[in-house]
Write a protein that binds this ligand. Structure first.
Ligand code: TYM
Length: 356
């Protein structure tokens, strides 16, 4: 079997406000992986435009996600942070993958069904093809591990299906060109921790989401102390006190959600939180949670504001990251083009020129 160098890739869309689900389910996980892997973290602006975005808001949102990455603790000097549209290799590989993926596969994607809603005829073609671009994001770097929240699991399974079909369809070419028995890795999702699926604060059956019309359903990374406290105070719960064991949270989705949020913020486990708070009413637990949330989020919030006050500096970080990303992706995409059978004389001529 071809061995692939371990590498982490993940992405966040610059659409609307980043919330606690993005932060605990994804961004804090990105931070945790920095010491173990070379990491590439991408602001996926091309994914964002699969639904309408106001251009100026999009620009600001791209910088906000980059600022959140850095404020949360990702080190742009050691790892790569960039926005997707600056590295054209993503779009090129996505096209090849559009021709590998099958309509039936994409038709099964629950996220497309949810986002397109009843008016499928009016959804953009980009929204339908979104998972091929996501596979291209990951495989342009031959990434082996992808940290995400639970809602991205199906997309990552599709990424594996695309890699597998490409490897299978072109197996002879891949071997002939000296790439061994697989050109793309079968990427492993990393979906871990107590916060892989943070739910809405208003409805424990819906996930916390940027697109929920009620701002009380989510805690935004930009919320101040008062907003955080008020949203937690108003969060929907049931009248029972907290149980002492996990089993007692079954069929209590709102309670389970708040316990999970506490555990993730405290870098602990839901079991431990119940050991500490078992028997406590929400009148005791909610203020403790609010205090912890404010304590953990305030420094991130302050650092984001500081970074966003100097957009030029953020743009430089994104430009440098894009250069580094392109350097890794370009040879991967060149190889894919050779495997497919494209004539690549222009690229080779340009490469010769730059050596001369
Ligand atoms: P996006 O922008 O919707 O979300 C970014 C990350 O946050 C996680 N997340 C959550 N985790 C826990 N609870 C929640 N309520 C919650 N809401 C969101 C998501 O799982 C995700 O990890 N398609 C992706 C972006 C993407 C990507 C990629 C990810 C594009 N290319 C390549 C990984 C690799 C998305 O829309 O994430």
């Amino acid at each position: 079997m071809t061995a692939f160098e371990p590498r982490v890739f993940s992405g966040v869309q610059p659409t609307g406000n980043l919330h606690l689900g993005n932060y605990l389910g994804a961004i804090t996980r990105f931070v945790a992986l920095q010491d173990s892997y070379p990491c590439i973290y991408c602001v996926v602006d091309m994914h964002a435009i699969t639904v309408w975005q106001e251009p100026e808001e999009l620009t600001n949102a791209i910088r906000s996600v980059a600022a959140a990455f850095i404020a949360a603790g990702i080190d742009p000097d050691k790892h790569v942070i960039f926005n997707q549209s600056q590295v054209h290799e993503h779009a090129e590989l996505a096209w090849i993958f559009n021709c590998v993926a099958r309509m039936g596969w994409l038709n099964r994607m629950t996220q497309f069904k949810e986002k397109a809603g009843k008016d499928r005829e009016n959804a953009s073609v980009g929204l339908f093809a979104y998972p091929s671009l996501m596979a291209a994001d990951i495989l342009a770097y031959k990434a082996t591990h992808v940290p995400v929240g639970e809602d991205q699991k199906q997309h990552l399974e599709l990424t594996r299906d695309i890699a597998q079909k490409f490897n299978y369809d072109f197996a002879e070419r891949i071997a002939e060109l000296g790439f061994g028995d697989a050109y793309f890795p079968l990427t492993e999702p990393i979906i871990q921790g107590p916060a892989t699926r943070i739910m809405s604060l208003r409805d424990g059956s819906k996930k916390m989401s940027k697109s929920d019309p009620s701002d009380y359903s989510r805690i935004n990374l930009t919320d101040d102390r008062d907003a955080i406290s008020q949203k937690i105070r108003k969060a929907k719960t049931d009248p029972e006190p907290l149980p002492s064991e996990l089993k007692g949270l079954e069929s209590r989705p709102e309670a389970q959600n708040l316990v999970g949020i506490y555990a993730a913020l405290a870098n602990s486990t839901s079991e431990q939180v119940l050991t500490d708070f078992g028997g406590a009413p929400f009148a005791t637990f909610k203020p403790a949670l609010a205090e912890l949330a404010v304590e953990m989020l305030a420094p991130v919030n302050a650092e984001m504001r500081r970074l966003l006050a100097d957009p030029g500096h953020l743009d430089q970080i994104l430009a440098k990251g894009a250069d580094q990303a392109a350097e890794i992706a370009a040879p991967v995409i060149d190889g894919a083009k050779d495997i497919v059978g494209f004539v690549t004389s222009r690229r080779k001529r340009t490469a010769e020129r730059s050596v001369a």
